[in-house]
Design a protein around this ligand. Structure first.
Ligand code: URA
Length: 434
């Protein structure tokens, strides 16, 4: 009867007590709660919300539904989460960058689903590299190189795995307390002592507007802090891809570009430095995020972040000379075709979702969990907002498995760019929470 009582409270718009939410989350993890009860729980919260105390309690309870990792490392252990976007390979730059700054980053990441990519898929574009790491290997590699990027095991927040799958089926993905508890339960279970969040707003993001992204950022930071995890969030723009490439191997090339020849005005570099600065403040390394970002830039320019990246790649099973011979290792699609703007003016709008869908159609993303993907395909040299073009200027290059697939993608890519007299590049960082 306890489940019915809790569901009745949620139906009436009351937030259940912490002990009840703990009981319910444990039941989600161990199967005591039925699918019908789990669906009703998600729908009730989606309709009526939860207050902050209950959101904190649910988040902690979902964290405790499985294993919570503990770290014994000689420096601060930090983590990062992004709400997902296009050309967002920040984690691949940030983890080795923070390691070069003296922090430890055992990062548990996910695979791509739908139009946005996943960090594990990007890394797995590197031949031989393994992301399914047992916990002792994750700890050993993090201890040795300062960073590792791996898949979360099924023992991490099993209540979330159950509820997340159900939310998709029950049209309850769009619920702020459920999103917050879902994201943070997994991050808290990762055992870091400080967290930085990149909450994206815009056409290519989960949150389509800046306001919605701000609201999510505030809720995430307040809840994480309520759970005892020092956290800051940057609210960032997703009206254009972060890096000028979308597709797994193509994004790794962009990561290498930042690691080898950093240009702070370039978005992937700028965002990595800004997030590094925020988490360095939380870890007590620096007084201000700006100071942290400056310190991090020195680790890019002196090559030490690149070295950490190379060490991580090798430790996770990738080639020992990846940095020197990346071109020989990264898969290349047989067809590379530029798409011309077809009009003169400035790039005024980029339909990120549409470009992400093109990459899926080319075979670079998955519609369903578990589907195989082709790491070689995607888009490169994606022109940014505000770029002046004439009819013959390429706005992107399609990388496809065949001429027929490139044909199919071409019109969709061109339609993904609107060209007008006025086109302005929006600021990458809109604000911060925490
Ligand atoms: N990502 C998650 O992990 N959970 C959500 O609910 C939404 C995005």
């Amino acid at each position: 009867m306890q489940a019915q009582r809790i569901l009745g409270q949620i139906r009436a718009g009351q937030s259940p007590h912490a002990e009840d939410l703990t009981w319910f989350a444990q039941g989600l993890g161990d199967g005591r709660i039925s699918d019908a009860q789990a669906g009703a729980f998600a729908m009730g919260i989606c309709r009526n919300g939860l207050d902050m105390a209950a959101t904190v309690a649910l988040t902690k309870a979902m964290r405790d539904s499985g294993e919570v990792l503990q770290w014994d490392l000689p420096g601060p252990v930090v983590d990062k989460h992004s709400t997902g976007g296009l050309g967002d390979a920040v984690s691949l730059v940030l983890a080795p960058l923070l390691a070069a700054c003296g922090l430890y980053v055992p990062m548990l990441s996910g695979r791509g689903l739908g139009h946005t990519g996943g960090t594990l898929d990007k890394l797995e574009a590197i031949p031989g590299l393994v992301t399914e790491l047992p916990q002792d290997a994750l700890a050993r590699i993090t201890g040795q190189t300062g960073c590792a990027i791996a898949a979360a095991s099924p023992q991490i927040a099993p209540a979330d795995a159950r509820l997340y799958a159900l939310r998709d089926e029950t049209a309850t993905v769009e619920s702020l307390p459920l999103i917050v508890a879902s994201i943070l339960s997994k991050k808290l279970a990762g055992g870091a002592s400080a967290l930085v969040l990149d909450v994206k707003g815009g056409s290519g993001a989960f949150m389509q507007t800046r306001e919605a992204a701000k609201e999510l950022a505030r809720a995430l930071v307040e809840t994480a802090q309520g759970c005892g995890l020092p956290t800051r969030a940057l609210i960032t723009d997703m009206n254009q891809p972060v890096a000028p490439a979308i597709g797994n191997a193509l994004e790794v090339i962009e990561v290498l570009d930042v690691l080898r020849a950093p240009r702070p005005e370039q978005r992937l570099c700028q965002l990595s430095l800004a997030l590094a600065g925020e988490v360095m403040v939380l870890a007590g390394q620096v007084e201000s995020a700006e100071q942290g970002a400056r310190q991090a830039l020195t680790k890019l320019t002196d090559g030490s972040a690149a070295e950490r990246f190379a060490d991580m790649v090798m430790a996770q099973g990738g080639p020992g000379d990846f940095l020197e011979r990346s071109q020989a290792y990264l898969p290349q699609a047989p067809v590379a075709r530029p798409v011309l703007a077809g009009d003169a003016g400035k790039i005024a709008v980029i339909d990120g979702r549409a470009l992400g869908q093109v990459v899926m159609m080319l075979g670079g993303g998955r519609a369903r969990a578990g589907e195989a993907i082709d790491p070689s395909v995607g888009l490169s040299a994606v022109a940014g907002l505000g770029t002046p073009v004439d009819a013959q200027t390429p706005v992107a290059v399609i990388h496809a498995r065949s001429e027929a697939e490139a044909d199919e993608a071409e019109a969709a890519v061109r339609a993904g760019f609107q060209i007008a007299q006025i086109g302005v590049a929006p600021p990458l960082i809109h604000g911060r929470a925490g």
